[in-house]
Design a protein around this ligand. Structure first.
Ligand code: FMN
Length: 227
């Protein structure tokens, strides 16, 4: 088995596909962007890379503001539409029956139907080649309260977020673990049930049996050593 070597290109996938709203409440627009990401934690900073030919490019450059609206399964169709039609020709909010609402800290509209709206102010514009990178400082975040539980925790994955990979839109697959699970010590059945509520009790029992077998083997090895 070998490797095929390709010329440099954009092959980093999957990535988020987000709907970036911009303009004003009177003249709102949405552009779909896949070249986006988090670039700093504190202050929270993000970026969107946009071609100068896009209608949204001028809107964001002029206002110095944009809103990143996260995309769910229900919004996937609108997300694609906003990525193939230009706001120069039509009102994408109206066409896709999206609701513009004024941002908390920016004049640009948020997309009310999106469960997470990240309002940004442009800090820097970096021309890179085909795209200009708009570095944005996050100035406000709004989340839909239907995904908040009684403790105030936001259940992001319940929104059915989508990603974009090699030309296709996908929902997320099965969860493989949680942050740091590779170094976590074995946990008890009750803890496991809490961490992975979807696991059946049969699966938990199987894992518990496997774990206690390991412990028994370890203990008997210890015993033999001391004998
Ligand atoms: C999945 C997807 C991702 C896209 N990502 C980008 C991007 O990162 N940057 C960009 O300039 N255009 C991107 N586009 C293209 C723009 O969304 C598209 O040209 C859009 O019609 C521009 O709208 P506007 O003229 O109203 O600004 C993407 C399109 C799709 C479908």
């Amino acid at each position: 088995m070998g490797k095929a070597n390709w010329k440099p290109g954009t092959v980093l996938y999957p990535v988020p596909a987000v709907m970036v709203s911009c303009g004003t409440m009177e003249s709102p627009n949405v552009i779909t962007v896949a070249w986006t990401g988090t670039i700093n934690s504190d202050p929270a900073m993000t970026y969107v890379s946009i071609r100068p030919s896009r209608h949204s490019f001028d809107l964001i450059k002029e206002s110095g503001e944009f809103v990143i609206n996260l995309v769910t399964k229900d919004l996937a169709y609108a997300c694609d539409y906003c990525g193939v039609k230009s706001g120069r020709d039509l009102n994408k909010f109206e066409e896709m029956k999206l609701t513009p609402k004024k941002g908390e800290q920016v004049d640009a509209p948020i997309i009310y139907e999106s469960p997470v709206n990240i309002e940004c102010k442009v800090k820097e514009i970096i021309p890179l080649g085909t795209h200009h990178m708009f570095l944005g400082e996050v100035v406000s975040v709004s989340v839909s309260d239907e995904y908040l539980d009684e403790t105030g925790k936001f259940h992001f994955n319940k929104t059915e977020p989508i990603c974009y990979s090699h030309g296709g839109y996908y929902t997320l697959g099965e969860q493989l673990g949680t942050f740091g699970y590779s170094v976590k010590k074995p946990v008890t059945t009750s803890q496991k049930t809490k961490a992975y509520p979807k696991k059946s009790s049969i699966e938990c029992k199987k894992e518990e049996a496997k774990h206690s077998k390991k412990i028994q083997a370890k203990n008997s090895r210890k015993k033999q050593k001391h004998q």
